[in-house]
Each structure stands twice: as structure tokens, then as C-alpha cells.
Write a new protein. Structure first.
Length: 220
């Protein structure tokens, strides 16, 4: 007697995701990643702006103080050294100072302070002959002016018209002072206006000169 054996195949359900579920999951992950990335980028950009503003707030007073020290200690030079006589225009000035870049270094030095780059942005550079130092970057609409005894700001020094000595009416018969009463620098950074005004302390002193032909040296 033959026994019929029926072999049936169990149909099991395989565990896993369908193609549609995988596509939907990837789409959601992509959307979430994009949102998170944009949030991180925005947060980073905000932190950069805050950091830059903090740096400007901290460094600008220090840079203004350095500029003040250099300009305040300018001294008149002997007329027979025209390359060392003070002169300036809207882009900067040059002359001799007793305080070149270092508050603890009192040394007579030929110095040149200029707004470099005719277009925007500009940078304020101090050149002592031995090297340059950038004092401020990203300057917009930078302009130097020079204050005379006539109570007026002049675009250049020496000015075209004699500013007088402040005491007499016959000003035309007096020579233009070797140094202005003050130097003013007007500029903007990121649309924020700034104003540096420095009175010159040595404008009434006798002329200085450098020993020898070096760019810096002892008082003579």
C-alpha cells in the first residue's frame, strides 16, 4: 500500500522594508539633514559676525591709540632735509616722529602713514622704512585733514594759503608753520563712521634732524 506523502511549502513573510518605504525614509533623512545644515550654517554665520564685531570693538581703540601716539609725537624737521619735512594730503602724511609704533621706544624715525588702494576697501598702513604695519583694514571713504591756526581744516599740508600764526592780522608775511595743529582721519568700516583726531604736541618746538643719512637715529 502506497502512502502518499504531501510535501507542502510554508510561505513565510520575510522581514524588511519595501522599496517605497526606503525611498520615503531617505527623503525624510535628506530633508532633516538639509534643515539641520542650514541651521548650523546660520548659527555659525551669526557667531562669526558677533566675533568680528567683538574684535573690532576690542582692537579699534588699541589701533586708534597707536595711531595717536605716532601722530602726536611728530616733530618739525630742518628745512634742508625736504624728504623729512612734514607734508600731507587726503591719502596720508609723512614726516619724523619720536614714537614709532612702540610706546616704549622713543626714537626719532622717518615715518609714512597712508591709505593704500584708491578703490574700496582701503587699509591704513604705517611705514617706518624697516617695514610696514597695517593698522586698519576694510576702510571706506578714508580722508585725512589738517587743522591750522586759522581754525580751519585743510585738505593738504602745507596748505595753498598761509593759515597764519593765530595772533596777528598780517598773516601773509609769516611762513606756514612746519606742523599743523592737529591731524584728522575720517573713515567708515562696514558703514559705521569713525573719527580720529590727534593734536600735535611738538608743533612749536625747534626743528629736529637725524644724524647721518639713516632713516632713524639719535636726536641731533
Amino acid at each position: 500500500m502506497k502512502r502518499k506523502v504531501e510535501s507542502g511549502s510554508e510561505q513565510g513573510t520575510e522581514a524588511g522594508f519595501s522599496l517605497m518605504e526606503i525611498i520615503v525614509t531617505l527623503a525624510l533623512l535628506s530633508l532633516i539633514s538639509t534643515i539641520l545644515f542650514q541651521s548650523v550654517v546660520t548659527q555659525w554665520s551669526n557667531m562669526q559676525r558677533v566675533s568680528a564685531a567683538f574684535d573690532r570693538a576690542q582692537s579699534q581703540p588699541l589701533r586708534a591709540a597707536l595711531f595717536r601716539d605716532v601722530a602726536r609725537e611728530l616733530v618739525p624737521a630742518w628745512p634742508n632735509s625736504p624728504e623729512r619735512v612734514f607734508n600731507g594730503d587726503g591719502a596720508g602724511f609723512e614726516g619724523m616722529t619720536l614714537r614709532p609704533l612702540s610706546a616704549g621706544n622713543r626714537k626719532l624715525t622717518v615715518i609714512k602713514v597712508t591709505l593704500e588702494n584708491d578703490s574700496t576697501p582701503q587699509r591704513l598702513v604705517i611705514d617706518t622704512g624697516d617695514g610696514q604695519q597695517t593698522l586698519v583694514e576694510g576702510i571706506e571713504n578714508g580722508q585725512f585733514d589738517y587743522f591750522g591756526m586759522d581754525g580751519q581744516w585743510h585738505e593738504a599740508w602745507p596748505p595753498k594759503a598761509n593759515p597764519g600764526n593765530g595772533f596777528f592780522q598780517d598773516q601773509a608775511f609769516f611762513q606756514t608753520p612746519a606742523l599743523p595743529e592737529a591731524i584728522r582721519l575720517r573713515f567708515q568700516i562696514s558703514g559705521t563712521p569713525a573719527l580720529w583726531v590727534v593734536p600735535l604736541e611738538n608743533r612749536h618746538r625747534l626743528p629736529f634732524r637725524l644724524e647721518g643719512s639713516s632713516a632713524s637715529g639719535e636726536l641731533f
